[in-house]
Design a protein around this ligand. Structure first.
Ligand code: RNT
Ligand code: ZN
Length: 416
């Protein structure tokens, strides 16, 4: 699409939105302030650089699309390539297994800031603030129980790991002058029936208390529940109720992963339900296809509803916007670009909603008018506003990024 056409279309869109009382210029300013935390693990199917072992912990990346990043340099190059095709400025979300271990075995209870100094430097050089995650999966001591393991030695190992991760996150936050958001997700659960639920949950609570003892100034903790993992179908220690209660009682950020709920449960509805009780939310925006399959995020109804609920709740700045998907069957740069842009488009549509008038009608009992406007909003030219946003950020509008992904894939990825 020609730039001039994009601008012309935007001018028309601006007028149409103005008729609904929506100022697209302030919406564009709001979108500029919307920063995604791009997950590093789409680049290499959650392999990381600690070992070449298989992915465990009830999660699975399927597919074998050629050209995945095999080392830190390739991963960084791929992330930067993806970032160059996504308008706006964004963060990078790292997992502990993506440290620079220099080819030496560094066990998880030995990890330190030194293994992430390279990332901290890269973050500064590229203007990419970092977020962080402890890693309980893909390790000989992972088993089916980590922080809730009745074996005190194994539990202490994972407590130590997670405590060290908080130190690393704190160092990242300090270096970037902006809090590093650190997520704790552990896979702990049971494949089959178990009669020790209370014990596992007491152990998990105790582990979290030990991990979170000691205030850190430059990082924030978030905790992520889940309905179940593969091979751990019968019981999840860190269920949603468990973490929601823990977050509310301890002032922690609650992570909402959109793939982690029962199929008919709405992640969007959690926003207004919990924000009166927890300080902030972290999102893991994903796309569950029949299960927690972690397909690439698209503009589907659940994702749109989630972002709309955040904006309607006036909670944009109380949410951290992480992505969490890992599809090994698709061009991985394309996966980043499509998923990130889809999340932005959902946020854009949420910001463009003519909320004031719809709210008034709702309170006046004018239901048909509410529905009319919600329906009309779907057909409004929000795509023209997004294309304008792309051009103002020197990023291709529409499908204009495909040529660059194809070129990079042919020249770089295909030679790996
Ligand atoms: C797993 C959780 C978790 C992971 C990442 C890799 O179900 O969603 O967030 O996807 O930590
Ligand atoms: Zn997640």
């Amino acid at each position: 699409m020609k730039d001039q056409k994009v601008h012309q279309a935007y001018e028309l869109a601006k007028e149409r939105y103005a008729e609904l009382g929506v100022d697209t210029e302030s919406v564009l300013a709001g979108l500029q302030d919307f920063h995604l935390s791009m997950h590093c693990w789409q680049a290499d199917d959650v392999a990381g650089f600690e070992s070449t072992g298989e992915l465990t912990g009830g999660i699975q990346a399927t597919g074998n699309y050629p050209g995945k990043a095999r080392n830190i340099d390739e991963l960084r190059a791929d992330i930067l390539k993806a970032k160059s095709l996504i308008p706006g400025s964004h963060r990078l979300n790292l997992h502990e297994i993506y440290g620079e271990f220099g080819g030496r075995p560094v066990d998880r209870d030995q990890v330190g800031v030194e293994h992430f100094q390279g990332w901290i430097d890269w973050s500064k050089d590229t203007g990419t603030p970092l977020d962080f995650n402890s890693t309980s999966f893909s390790h000989a001591k992972s088993g089916s129980l980590s922080l809730s393991n009745p074996d005190e030695g194994i539990r202490a190992f994972w407590v130590e790991h997670t405590r060290r991760c908080r130190d690393i996150a704190d160092a990242m936050g300090k270096a970037q002058g902006d809090p590093c958001i650190m997520n704790v997700w552990v896979h702990d659960g049971c494949k089959d029936l178990s009669v020790n639920h209370m014990m596992y949950r007491s152990l998990l609570k105790d582990s979290l208390d030990r991990i979170f003892a000691g205030k850190k100034e430059h990082m924030k903790d978030c905790i992520e529940g889940k309905v179940f993992g593969i091979g751990l179908e019968s019981f999840t220690v860190g269920s949603h109720d468990f973490y929601t209660a823990y977050a509310a009682a301890n002032g922690k950020i609650l992570t909402i992963d959109t793939g982690h709920y029962h199929p008919t449960e709405s992640p969007a509805d959690k926003v207004s339900a919990v924000l009166g009780f927890v300080p902030e939310l972290m999102l893991h925006v994903s796309r569950p296809v029949r299960w927690d399959s972690d397909h690439v995020t698209i503009m589907d109804d659940p994702t749109q509803e989630l972002f709309s609920e955040i904006v309607r709740a006036g909670a944009m700045d109380r949410v951290h916007y992480g992505l969490d998907y890992f599809d090994g069957a698709i061009n991985r740069i394309g996966a980043y670009v499509i998923g990130s842009r889809a999340a932005q488009k959902c946020m854009l549509r949420a910001l463009l909603e003519p909320k004031d008038i719809i709210r008034e009608w709702e309170l006046a009992g004018e239901t048909y008018k509410v529905l009319t406007y919600l329906e009309e909003a779907k057909a409004m030219p929000w795509g023209d506003v997004y294309n304008e946003f792309c051009l103002r950020n020197n990023v291709p509008a529409g499908d204009g990024y495909m040529a660059e992904i194809d070129r990079y894939s042919a020249e770089i990825c295909s030679k790996r």
